[in-house]
Design a protein around this ligand. Sequence first.
Ligand code: ADP
Ligand code: MG
Length: 454
Amino acid sequence: MAETISPPGLAQLWQSALPQLAESVGHAACDTFLRSAQVLEFDGETILLGVANEFARDWLREKHLPAISSCLSELVERPVLVEMQVVEQDGNPPAPPMADTAPAKPIATGFGSVPLNPKYTFENFVVADCNRFAHAASQQVSKSPGKSYNPFFIHSKVGLGKTHLLQAIGHAVVEHNPNLQVVYISAESFVNQLIGAMRDNRTAQFRHRYRNVDVWLVDDVQFIAAIKGPASEEEFFHTFNTLYETNKQVVIASDAPPRHLQLMNDRLRSRLEMGIVADLRCPDVETRIAILDKKAQSEGLALSQEILTYIAEKIESNIRVLEGALLKVCAQISLTGEQLTLSAVEELIADYSTAAAPRSVSVRDIAEYVADQMECPLEDMLGPKRNQEIVWPRQVAVYLARELTNSSLANIGAFFGGRDHSTILHGYNKVSELLETDEEVLWLINDLKSGLQM
Ligand code: ADP
Ligand code: MG
């Protein structure tokens, strides 16, 4: 009853499975591990998959066996088991990636850096409270790589400027020290290159390349944690250690802080935690307007304040989406050669999402957290005392209450022991001023904000 499928049929089967596998395992992982795999045998019950190396085999087995098997079962219309085998590369080279996998990824063609985007400079980065600390630390790192903040870890949700800052560091280092080796790479490309190197027996070159870098900028490191591949994490750890121990600068960007990364290697996680950790938060509306303004200028377009404000108010939580909306408006203007009315703009970007990150901390949460972190009894913070040990934590809490909640000055004042609006404003301004000049205050506020928003 079990008819066997002939080899061309097997290749066909695998090709038909890929689009759906890409949906279930993710496109990046599919391109990296599955496109080059092949169906070697199918006896009606078990499908034997040939994969490029042990790393791919272990990773697919651990993470995606059920998905692969259910996808193939559907295609052959009966339940099938899946087994994997590493294919020797001499006889059976894996199929080259298909043409539609563009943009091309540097798989083992050469190791090292991806070119920096010329737009991602410090000059083009708008500094505001949501990113002040990360920006200051990035600048510091670029001025004295390996000497101040090492490793330096930036995290945020998507579209808030991690890649921009990482590359800005790269640009600035190259500008000040043209003879330093700067490598910018996404963790995903790092893994791709590693796999390619393992496949081609070029791991020695791979290691040599990465362990002779002065500034290593690694983007989206969560990829390393997500694939749970012992080989890639290990390799990453060794590269990291070699650079770190020789005082080379390592900068890492991720969608989560180090302690939330699902790393298997505890030493790696604790090393990452020991460095400087900075986050990027959603910009407020003034900052969003400033970003749009800068972007519009760099595109050579003057948009009315009304239009900029409209876009900035509509799109709250992702700067990339914000810029996308602006570019759409700019494209329309250059197409028609006319300024747009506000209602035309409204229509043009009607389908852009307005979803904002909810601000869920309350004034009380903030007061309790700051009291605890700054070792000031809560009842003193909310009470009448005016000695400096109490006043400073209170001002910090007031500042954070104003930044992180929508409470009015009057409500914040009422909560902090019935203080009036001008006292609250004074406290807020005091902290804001210090943030501009005092690095320690910057760190303190940054840490407290991160802690509160976890
Ligand atoms: P992430 O890597 O966090 O997903 P990106 O660095 O790719 O985000 O940023 C998304 C877009 O927003 C980029 O075009 C970037 O230039 C822009 N952007 C982010 N933050 C700022 C900022 N503070 N000033 C100007 N542009 C910014
Ligand atoms: Mg990015």
